[in-house]
Design a protein around this ligand. Structure first.
Ligand code: FAD
Ligand code: NAI
Length: 477
């Protein structure tokens, strides 16, 4: 072993939501921890991963700015507030977003320090394994060697490319470029009507872009409950998002000024779309190559995911993997739950996670959120169920706020009434879904949810009424 090799109980590779939670929890439990992360912004270490730097945090900052713009432009008038047409200073909007990101980076640096975690900026890779554990190299600027018996891999994911189409982040954009535009493009093309396509499409649409989305699947959000995706399609179309389904992308060309997308539509017609900017948001792939997994024989599957068991253990003793680089939904809160659980397991505790109760939220307007099973899934599994639905149009708070689109849908098991799924499309769905997560985590029935006294007037009452509607006891409809 080299003389300058540092020893730790746990080394975490990646400081995204999976890695930073794992590192902090392990340190809280009395272990000596090093967390390595390679992300930098403007030459400065930027812990927080995709989520903080080019994902959840900046996208939500831009969503709120663009929503405010749209509210002033289109909705203030309904309240008797007249303003001249608002203008948008994209530079200032981006500066605000960057400062939200920096505050989050700095918050994490503070937490690392407070918990006595050694944070090293650089790329971590396996060198070898022997009886003393795993030797890990950390590249510049840290340039260090570490030895440990416990490694938590939390290296996350990166955007999937279309074959032969590179991101230049100037005209052909991944999430990184799409979050950093300095001007509102006149025309914006998006390939993939998934979560990123809809969220970032909404941002630039609200600020004035003409947005066209090309999607390979035959309909919108096929993985959501069908009643939700049908409503979403109607609402987003009425907001002016142009969406085409069942397309095949044939060729993408960038002439330096515009991007041409040649595609075949669902009837087999050959078409071409010209846009100023193109976002390619067709999913993400695990990011594991830089670990040099072959040096220690770490098993990676054919799609690049690290192979793990239900406890997040890899094929190597003491090596664990969590978050986007392993199976399951690519969501920050899922990574965080796995990070907490793995740290506790390393410290000798029994820790549980439940992938069946990971909520999904799409921060469009209206928001979409759900937890548990969709009706389609239950039908396919042959499970008997009951459904209760309640529209926000019948909710007093929604009417007062002026956000009456959408509904809450509660699904419970036919015989036991146990909650199987809750699906919401409407204002604040992303906040409301937390109530359903709590109820389902405590094993509640629809009846239990309907018995909870909710404040009046509140959006929460729609959850109660939908739960009551399961057993035909709703009061307000
Ligand atoms: P990451 O956050 O990807 O972190 C991994 C870190 O490890 C990165 O900093 C990476 O650079 C670093 N790394 C990789 N390899 C090495 C190495 N060898 N050495 C050192 N460092 C390395 N999820 C939500 O739940 N809610 C949202 O609202 C949401 N919005 C999103 C919006 C966008 C535009 C995108 C792209 C994603 C969004 N996500 C959202 C998904 C979320 O960002 C990810 O699920 C989450 O970041 C995964 O966390 P992680 O810790 O597994 O990995
Ligand atoms: P996605 O999986 O949500 O959507 C990708 C879409 O692209 C799908 O509808 C897919 O059918 C389509 N597609 C795939 N290949 C295509 C092709 N060749 N041509 C046309 N369409 C094609 O992936 P997205 O939007 O890139 O986001 C990646 C991940 O990031 C999400 O799955 C999610 O896990 C995470 N995320 C989460 C957010 C949230 O929680 N609010 C926000 C943004 C991202």
């Amino acid at each position: 072993m080299r003389e300058d090799t540092q020893l730790f109980d746990v080394v975490v590779i990646g400081a995204g939501p999976g890695g930073y939670v794992a590192a902090i929890r392990a340190a809280q439990l009395g272990l000596s921890v090093c967390c390595i992360d390679d992300f930098q912004i403007d030459g400065k270490p930027a812990p927080g991963g995709t989520c903080t730097n080019v994902g959840c945090v900046p996208s939500k900052a831009l969503l709120v700015s663009s929503c405010l713009y749209e509210t002033i432009e289109q909705k203030a008038i309904d309240h008797g507030i007249e303003v001249s047409k608002p203008t948008i200073d994209v530079g200032k909007m981006q500066a605000r977003k960057n400062s939200v990101v920096r505050q989050t980076n700095d918050g994490l640096l503070y937490l690392f320090k407070k918990n006595k975690i050694a944070y090293l900026n650089g790329r971590g890779s396996f060198v070898f394994a022997d009886d003393d554990g795993y030797m890990i190299n950390v590249s510049e600027p840290s340039n260090s060697r570490l030895m440990t018996k416990n490694v938590i891999i939390a290296t996350g994911s990166r955007p999937r490319k279309l074959p032969d189409v590179d991101f230049d982040e100037e005209r052909i954009l991944s999430n990184t470029g799409a979050l950093s535009l300095t001007k509102v493009p006149k025309t914006l093309g998006i390939i993939g009507a998934g979560v990123i396509g809809l969220e970032l499409g909404s941002v630039w649409k609200r600020l004035g872009s003409e947005v066209r989305i090309l999607e390979a699947m035959p309909s919108l959000l096929g993985f959501a409950d069908e009643s939700v995706s049908k409503t979403a399609y109607k609402v987003f179309s009425s907001h002016g998002l142009q969406m085409e389904f069942g397309v095949r992308i044939d060729k993408v060309e960038n002439d330096g000024k515009r991007v041409s997308v040649k595609y075949t539509d669902k009837e087999g017609k050959k078409l071409e779309m010209w846009v100023e900017k193109l976002i390619v948001s067709i999913g993400r792939v695990p990011y594991t190559e830089s670990l040099e997994p072959a040096n220690v024989g770490l098993k990676i599957d054919e799609r690049g995911f690290i192979e793990i068991n239900e406890l997040c253990q890899t094929n190597l003793p003491g090596v664990w993997a969590i978050g986007d680089c392993v199976r399951g939904p690519m969501l920050a809160h899922k990574a965080q739950e796995e990070g907490r659980a793995v740290a506790e397991r390393i410290a000798g505790q029994i820790a549980l996670t439940n992938l069946d109760l990971v909520p999904s939220v799409i921060y469009t307007e209206p928001e979409i959120a759900w937890v548990g099973k969709t009706e389609q899934q239950l039908k396919n599994e042959g499970v008997s169920y009951k459904v209760g639905q309640f529209p926000f149009a019948a909710n007093a708070r929604a009417r007062a706020v002026g956000e009456v689109t959408g509904f809450v849908k509660v699904i419970s098991e036919q015989d036991t009434d146990n909650l199987l799924g809750v699906h919401i499309i409407g204002a604040d769905a992303g906040e409301l879904i937390g109530q359903a997560c709590q109820a389902m985590a405590f094993g509640a029935s629809a009846e239990d949810l309907g018995l909870i006294c909710e404040p009046h007037p509140s959006f929460s009452e729609a959850i109660k009424e939908a739960a009551l509607a399961v057993n035909k006891e709703a009061i307000d409809i």
